[in-house]
Design a protein around this ligand. Structure first.
Ligand code: P6P
Length: 299
């Protein structure tokens, strides 16, 4: 097993350190901010708070050269030559923030790229996500594999300004179970293309529905129980909904390192060539056999 990359470790230390503050801020930030993000989606106060906190934390990390967020049009220069020793970090600060009103799972998605953005997923050196569920967990994937950690504020170590956090590894070699159990498909059924609808009908007869409206929560179900998650191409939105740089690529990187597969319906997600950092892409991700069946169904 290779030694951990010190910059990657610092990135996930910074992300973990913000988790208790983001979680504690959510109850008071369930309202609309009155603004839209570059993808044209309405932004909650929680989105903006998480984005600001993570921008401050990540741009302060030595070795982070630029920072890209779902909530920002362009990259933030953090100093350092990306691709020449410094990394570009792309985040979705609060994935699934529409779940804030309904008090359901949400999370933060992180991709660490060794190339200026927009870049393909092959330029990822690490990826992960924080999941705000009944407990706060963090998934971290790098070239040594995938691990799951529990993240907790640790007042015994921290101080009033920035409570330190404890990171406890609870699974150090996370692998997709061989026998898939769950599925979750986004979008409205009438908007699914016929070929995907036919595939969904097969899967519905085989697996159990687990769809919570936040990608990180739904993907975590797949990583835990085996299965498939998809936000498919839609009849009126062939590019789907999820963004490549800070949603699909990091998730594809994580699931492929856990033994699964990820596609846009035609090619491996990690090989999709983006034009811009906010490009959308259909995402089908999970057990290899289920993803291969999906690709055949869409051919
Ligand atoms: P829908 C959250 O807004 C998100 O980007 C993903 O986390 C999630 O998978 C998807 O959108 C949910 O979209 O259309 O089901 O609300």
């Amino acid at each position: 097993m290779s030694d951990p990359d010190p910059i990657v470790e610092s990135v996930f230390d910074a992300v973990a350190a913000t988790a208790p503050e983001i979680r504690a801020a959510l109850p008071g930030r369930r309202v609309e901010s009155g603004t839209d993000n570059p993808s044209g989606e309405s932004v909650l106060a929680g989105d903006l708070y998480a984005d600001e906190l993570l921008a401050d934390a990540l741009t302060a990390v030595d070795g982070v050269g630029s920072f890209v967020s779902e909530e920002r049009e362009a990259a933030v220069d953090a100093g350092g030559a990306v691709g020449e020793g410094a990394y570009a970090v792309a985040i979705d600060p609060l994935d699934g923030s529409s779940n804030l009103r309904s008090n359901n799972a949400m999370g933060t998605v992180v991709g660490v790229y060794d190339a200026p953005l927009p870049a393909t997923g092959r330029d990822l050196v690490a990826a992960g996500y924080v999941l705000y569920g009944p407990i706060t967990t963090m998934i971290v994937a790098d070239d040594s594999g995938v691990r799951e950690e529990v993240v907790e504020a640790d007042p015994a170590v921290g101080d009033d300004d920035a409570p330190a956090v404890s990171r406890s590894v609870v699974e150090d070699d996370l692998r997709l179970p061989d026998d898939p159990l769950v599925y979750g498909f986004g979008g409205r059924v009438p908007d699914w293309p016929d070929a995907f609808t036919a595939y969904a009908r097969e899967i519905e007869d085989e697996l159990k529905l687990r769809y919570g409206g936040a990608m990180v929560g739904d993907v975590n179900q797949v990583l835990t129980y085996g299965g498939i998650f998809a936000y498919p191409a839609l009849v009126d939105a062939p590019e789907g909904k999820l963004r490549l740089s800070f949603e699909a690529n990091p998730i594809a990187y994580i699931v492929e390192r856990a033994g699964g597969a990820a596609t846009d319906g035609e090619t491996d997600i990690l090989d999709v060539e983006p034009e811009g950092v906010h490009d959308r892409v259909p995402l089908y991700v999970g057990n290899e056999g289920l993803v291969e069946r999906l690709q055949s169904a869409l051919d």
